[in-house]
Design a protein around this ligand. Structure first.
Ligand code: MLT
Length: 337
């Protein structure tokens, strides 16, 4: 496994391939939207090491962190077209291509790592995987669990939705997340992940949301002072493979790749549980971030945002899909709209 800090110019890599007169290992490319370190990287690295070891070096995997291979949404297109092998990206950046996975990003459905595991490792996940193959031409092989998305901003403590007044908040280009902010009374700015740090740094936007681990990996503490300890969406980051690539593999290699995905998923879950608290502490103690608790146990945020659920029943495949998820989590069905 190699981690590519910068892309090689095309001419150089072509020459390298052309002059090496013997059979070379098959080298796959994996895009990571985040910087090295963090949950995307842990998932990708564990997957790559497993595949390389178990294939006896027949396959090597190069990791390209920091959005070097394009925005997260671009990588779905590229994998779908077969010009990229693998990508690790946030689930919210797959939803535009395969809307039924939106059930995982409806606000306040997933409230804990255990909930996230339940919905990504059972029957519901299997159906969503089949849907992404059908809709987007990519197959979900594994999941990184990054924790709840926390609102950060550079201006002031935010405890209740009214505190957002006048703040320009970046959101992914995801209809559900845009609607969540609209329910809290603001019009957020949809921006690609690869453009987010610069937009925060230049003050084009005042805030964004992502988990503690991502805030740390992406060094957002350099440009954001305040964090709200909210949990409106749990950040799931699937590892996808181009379905064309997957189908071109031998049955043994397909099996190996699926096994590697499971191994990497287990590792990612443990990584979250082991590291999130320490990272949160470090953000405060070493980087001076200030954490604000949401007012009234987040009740106002929850009431306003869950009001958007019915607007997305059609896109997720019907209210019954949400009810099925809630039931798997041991909760009551969604209220009738
Ligand atoms: C986003 O905010 O677009 C993503 O959640 C970022 C990520 O992939 O970590």
């Amino acid at each position: 496994m190699r981690i590519q800090k910068h892309l090689l110019p095309m001419a150089v890599s072509a020459v390298t391939l052309a002059v090496s007169g013997h059979a070379m290992a098959d080298t796959w490319k994996m895009a990571l939207g985040d910087a090295a370190g963090g949950t995307q990287y842990e998932l990708g690295k564990t997957f790559a090491e497993f595949v390389e070891e178990k294939s006896g070096g027949e396959v090597t995997i190069d990791l390209f962190p920091n959005g070097q291979l394009g925005s997260e949404q671009d990588t779905v297109n590229n994998a779908s077209m077969g010009i990229l092998d693998l990508s690790v990206l946030a689930i919210n950046n797959i939803t535009p291509f395969s809307p039924t996975v939106g059930v995982l990003t409806l606000p306040y459905v997933i409230q804990s790592p255990e909930d996230a595991k339940t919905l990504t490792q059972g029957e519901i996940a299997e159906e969503l995987t089949q849907n992404t193959i059908r809709d987007a031409g990519v197959r979900i092989l594994g999941w990184a669990y990054s924790g709840c998305r926390r609102l950060t901003n550079s201006a002031r403590p935010v405890a209740s939705p009214e505190d957002l007044d006048g703040l320009n908040i970046r959101v992914p280009k995801n209809e559900i997340m845009i609607a969540s902010y609209q329910s809290w009374g603001v019009n957020p700015a949809p921006l690609a992940w690869s453009e987010t740090f610069t937009a925060l740094q230049q003050g084009v936007v005042d805030g964004q949301d992502n988990p503690y681990i991502t805030i740390d990996t992406m060094k957002f503490y350099e440009v954001q002072e305040h964090v709200t300890d909210s949990c409106y969406v749990f950040s799931l980051q699937p590892l996808i493979i181009s379905e064309g690539k997957f189908q071109s593999l031998s049955p043994e290699m397909q099996e190996l790749v699926l096994e590697a995905g499971e191994e990497a998923t287990d590792h990612s879950y443990d990584f979250l549980l082991e590291s999130e608290e320490a990272i949160k502490k470090r953000l405060v103690e070493e980087h001076g971030m200030q954490i604000t608790q949401p007012a009234n146990d987040e009740q106002q945020w929850i009431e306003m945002a869950t009001g958007i659920w019915p607007d997305f029943y059609d896109s997720i495949g019907g209210k019954e899909k949400l009810d099925q998820a809630l039931e798997a989590l041991g909760r009551d069905p969604a209220p009738q709209s």
